[in-house]
Design a protein around this ligand. Structure first.
Ligand SMILES: Cc1cc2nc3c(=O)[nH]c(=O)nc-3n(C[C@H](O)[C@H](O)[C@H](O)COP(=O)(O)OP(=O)(O)OC[C@H]3O[C@@H](n4cnc5c(N)ncnc54)[C@H](O)[C@@H]3O)c2cc1C
Length: 241
């Protein structure tokens, strides 16, 4: 099954490291930063849920939502009635985060406990997607979550498209932070304590699809959906560093 959500393009093929800005420069634990474009792409393509943060009516608001990536752009969508997305139509600056929790790090001391993770932060001002590009953005979003589904399921009608807000955010100002491995107190003064230390790996898994009880008889699971669990396992496997 094809897992890449978009064909290889100049953004993916580009070897230039990610550019840092004053806003994206990691101050805390800068050794966990990655400027490697392939890390950014691997993290974004391994997930499909982001947190979209922006100020709505004067209040900080963080909206968990689905995203898709194509080239150097992220797409998020929602109902035109969504208050937060309505706020985003006024083009405020936003911050989008994508996080994969790969494990819990158990140190000898509580102070040194940590998480293994891969995370991305994207800053920018989103644009509303309209016209023909909107349908393509909806395809990208659909295929990012379930590859093969755009071809398979009924496509949105123009009325349904009109009821959907789609935002595009360029991947121009991004940061990538990754922690992997053991706790960090193995060579410190606590190393001699009789306290178990290590890490508990965590994974997201797709289980066998569950049939809708109202599904017409004779409608069988499509091959791309049968393959979904296997595909997801590969997709969600922590990025090997
Ligand atoms: C699952 C998970 C759990 C975490 N738990 C904790 C915790 O309990 N306590 C804690 O202090 N920190 C935790 N972190 C790390 C946290 O996300 C921040 O990196 C850290 O708190 C430093 O924040 P800061 O504002 O001082 O960062 P700074 O280094 O000052 O941030 C500067 C810039 O670095 C970039 N940046 C910072 N953090 C991240 C990130 N995680 N991913 C991508 N870019 C980033 C952003 O562009 C940001 O604007 C956790 C991270 C994850 C993913």
């Amino acid at each position: 099954m094809e897992l890449a959500c978009a064909p290889m393009d100049a953004f993916e093929e580009g070897s230039a490291p990610l550019a840092e800005t004053d806003r994206t420069r990691l101050r805390r634990m800068p050794e966990r930063r990655s400027l490697d474009r392939s890390d950014l792409i691997a993290i974004l393509d391994a997930g499909f849920i982001c947190h979209l943060g922006m100020v709505v009516d004067g209040l900080p608001t963080v909206l968990p939502t689905t995203y898709g990536r194509a080239g150097d752009e992220l797409f998020v969508h929602g109902s035109v009635a969504s208050r937060s997305l309505r706020g985003a139509r006024e083009a405020p600056p936003v911050c989008v985060t994508v996080t994969h929790v790969d494990g819990i790090v158990l140190a000898r001391s509580v102070f040194e406990h940590s998480m293994n993770y891969r995370s991305v932060m994207v800053f920018g001002v989103p644009e509303i997607v309209s016209g023909e590009e909107k349908l393509e953005a909806l395809r990208v979003l659909t295929e990012h979550v379930v590859p093969g589904q755009w071809q398979y399921a009924r496509r949105p009608t123009s009325q349904e498209v009109a009821q959907t807000t789609v935002l595009r955010l360029p991947l121009d100002e991004v940061s990538v932070k990754i922690r992997a491995g053991a706790p960090e107190d193995g060579d410190g003064p606590d190393a001699g304590l009789d306290v178990w230390a290590g890490d508990v790996p965590l994974r997201v898994a797709a289980l066998a699809p569950v049939r809708d009880p109202t599904l017409r008889s004779g409608v069988e699971l499509a091959p791309h959906l049968e393959a979904y669990a296997t595909g997801m396992a590969a997709r969600l496997e922590p990025y090997a560093r």
